[in-house]
Ligand binder design. Structure first.
Ligand code: NAG
Ligand code: NAG
Length: 315
């Protein structure tokens, strides 16, 4: 779901940029954070940031980002703080927690509330592309789905955070796929629960069988079997084919090219009505790390779970 929203932001922002440059000679200045990665953005706001690596049992080297203390929590830097672990969703990354302003981003807010904030990155996203044996250009590297993320990535990242902080348990906040993998983990290994003080599930995924509306319509028109999906998106890293993406863009945005608003509104058909809370000038910052990256196998696994979800993530 995340991915479709971000792609639509992308389409919408292209539209904005195009119409802007046609009507006004000077485009609005790009945010200095656009293009900076998670540690760069955190540093820019003056918060401390650390980079930690977690080695999974099957050889993936995952990067975690940490804000060890906040700027306004009233504690000394080395005071003992509870640990909160933030886990992003499908095609996303640690930057999701810090890409808005410090007064609006969960990462900074929790740090300022006195937490030691750890942000995970699962295998295959832009921060977790290293393996002890396989290169990212090998097939072997991309043979994983969210099942391996729950089996290996969560264990490695959470154990590393607990060891580094000398804590026995932590607070876990998952978003979307970040909730799915924790639900699966706790079902597979109930003893893991002793490491989780409390699990906060944002946009929790237990099933996606009940998605309706626009996506249901698209599903009926576009479903053509998984074979073609492999052809369109490659067998390894999930990289939607350029022609396919252009067709989507055409489908959604071109017919209404005279009124970019229609394309912008599509975002809200899918993600809900505008609440006036999206900061449009920051879209390039929100998009810097999107899509975060995953394997085609993972997308297919999601789609076996429910085909509509597949469409959400593809679009
Ligand atoms: C991957 O490993 C190489 C070599 O060890 C290192 O230079 C690079 O920073 C690593 N990348 C990530 C994303 O950890
Ligand atoms: C939107 O973001 C810009 C910086 O990217 C900031 O200056 C502005 O205050 C933000 N607006 C709101 C309403 O948060």
């Amino acid at each position: 779901m995340n991915f479709i929203v971000f792609l639509l932001f992308f389409f919408v922002s292209i539209n904005f940029v195009q119409s802007d440059s046609a009507s006004t000679p000077t485009p609005f200045p790009l945010d200095p954070e656009a293009g900076l990665q998670t540690p760069g953005i955190i540093k820019r706001w003056g918060y401390p940031v650390e980079i930690h690596e977690a080695l999974t049992e099957d050889g993936y080297i995952l990067t975690m980002h940490r804000i060890p203390y906040g700027l306004h929590d009233g504690l000394t830097h080395n005071a003992r703080r509870p640990v909160v672990f933030l886990q992003h969703g499908l095609e996303a990354s640690s930057s999701n927690w810090i890409s808005n302003l410090p007064t609006l981003s969960m990462g900074y807010l929790l740090a300022d509330a006195g937490f030691d904030v750890w942000m995970g990155n699962v295998r295959g996203n832009l921060y977790s592309l290293n393996h002890t044996k396989y290169s990212v250009s090998s097939h072997e590297f991309w043979k994983f789905t969210w099942d391996e993320m729950q089996q290996y990535d969560l264990t490695a990242m959470i154990n590393t955070a607990l060891k580094a902080t000398n804590h026995k348990s932590l607070y876990y906040v998952g978003h979307s796929q970040g909730t799915l993998i924790m639900f699966s983990k706790l079902a597979e290994d109930p003893t893991f629960a002793s490491k989780i003080r409390k699990f906060f599930a944002l946009a929790p995924v237990g099933t996606v069988a009940h998605i309706q509306g626009l996506l249901e319509v698209i599903a009926k028109d576009f479903y053509d079997g998984f074979e073609i999906m492999y052809k369109l998106f490659g067998e390894d890293q999930f990289l939607p084919d350029d022609a396919f993406m252009k067709a989507m863009l055409k489908l959604f945005c071109e017919e209404s090219a005279q009124e970019e608003q229609t394309c912008a509104n599509l975002l809200f058909i899918i993600s809900g009505p505008s609440t006036g809370q999206m900061n449009a000038t920051r879209v390039p910052v929100f998009l810097s790390d999107e899509p975060g990256g995953t394997s085609t196998m993972n997308i297919i696994h999601w789609s076996q779970y429910n085909f509509y979800f597949f469409l959400c993530s593809v679009l």
